[in-house]
Design a protein around this ligand. Structure first.
Ligand code: NAD
Length: 292
């Protein structure tokens, strides 16, 4: 069973970004990404730090704005408006989840769609549905599709089952897989928490994308022999024998599923590194499009 290494593919994506950034700098433009964090959630803080570091490693202009947990909706909207107007910033991301006084959907709608590198703005959701290549696609499903392409997995005519229907992963993943072209042209089934007899459906899949948020949820009984499995899940489970006392595992029970697979992504080292690489790629794309 070959492993699909997200770490390796992410390196390739970042090398492409690096080349594009050098070419843009030669034209006098540096792609810029602003990441806004409201509050002090430790996991969000860690994500924001790693995004900022990745930007700097690549030579992107990185702006990290850390706002207090008491920030009001109006104050945050003002920050977004300033970033929308700032020509040095090509991509804007407001780290989720914000504190409860913030209406996240309204913030997403306030971001200039041309700078919405997360791909959550309704304009970009529509562009994905319309297969308009100028839109921004959410980074995690975009990374999953790139993994399939790089691993040489034929999606055309394949039956892909996406488990999960979130706006961040499941729904855009399904749209990407059913779109025309490389990494698309699949016959797509979307399963979710109300799906009856899930295993009977997933056992028909040539490709399973698991985005559920439950550790070890997809078992051997869910997977047919020779299927390809992309595990999006990142779940913290207790591991008393480790230094931290916990470890990160996917939504797939890797040990029992992997032997049945034609290919599978590990956790960690699968979809995770792709998400941040595609964020960088989306920022470079936003910068290029701003010059047209
Ligand atoms: P979510 O909670 O928004 O959505 C989970 C989906 O799973 C829902 O649509 C729900 O219908 C479905 N589901 C729940 N129980 C189910 C069941 N019993 N049977 C079938 N479907 C069921 O989560 P999300 O934001 O889409 O994230 C999913 C997972 O992916 C999480 O583990 C998250 O941490 C991970 N994630 C990873 C990355 C990454 O970079 N690798 C990025 C985003 C999310």
């Amino acid at each position: 069973m070959p492993l699909i290494s997200g770490t390796q593919v992410a390196e390739k994506v970042l090398a492409e970004c690096h080349r594009d950034i050098a070419a843009l700098k030669a034209r006098g433009v540096t792609p810029g990404l602003a990441v806004v964090l409201v509050g002090d959630d430790p996991a969000s803080r860690a994500y924001v730090r790693s995004k900022d570091k990745k930007c700097r490693d690549l030579g992107l202009h990185s702006v990290k704005l850390e706002l207090p947990a008491t920030t009001s909706q109006a104050e945050l909207l003002e920050v977004v408006a300033k970033l929308n107007a700032d020509p040095a910033i090509h991509g804007i991301l407001v780290q989720s989840p914000p504190p409860k006084q913030i209406d996240e959907a309204a913030i997403v709608r306030a971001i200039d769609p041309a700078k919405d590198v997360d791909g959550f703005h309704p304009v970009n959701v529509a562009k994905l549905a319309l297969e308009d290549p100028t839109g921004f696609v959410p980074c995690t499903p975009l990374g999953c599709q790139r993994l399939l392409i790089e691993a040489g997995i034929e999606t055309k005519g394949a039956h892909a089952v996406v488990i999960g229907r979130s706006m961040i992963v499941g729904k855009p993943m399904a749209m990407l897989l059913m779109a025309k072209g490389p990494g698309g042209d699949a016959t797509v089934t979307v399963a979710h928490s109300r799906t009856r007899d899930l295993a009977a459906i997933t056992r028909q899949a040539d490709i399973i994308i698991a985005a559920i948020g439950r550790p070890y949820f997809v078992k051997a009984e869910h997977v047919k022999e020779g299927a390809v499995v992309i595990d999006v899940g990142i779940n913290r489970v207790e591991a008393p024998d480790t230094e931290k006392g916990y470890k990160l595992v996917g939504d797939v029970a890797f040990d029992e599923v992997a032997p049945k697979c034609r290919a599978i992504t590990p956790v960690p080292g699968g979809v995770g590194p792709m998400t941040i690489a595609m964020l960088m790629a989306n920022t470079v794309k936003a910068c290029k499009q701003s010059l047209q």
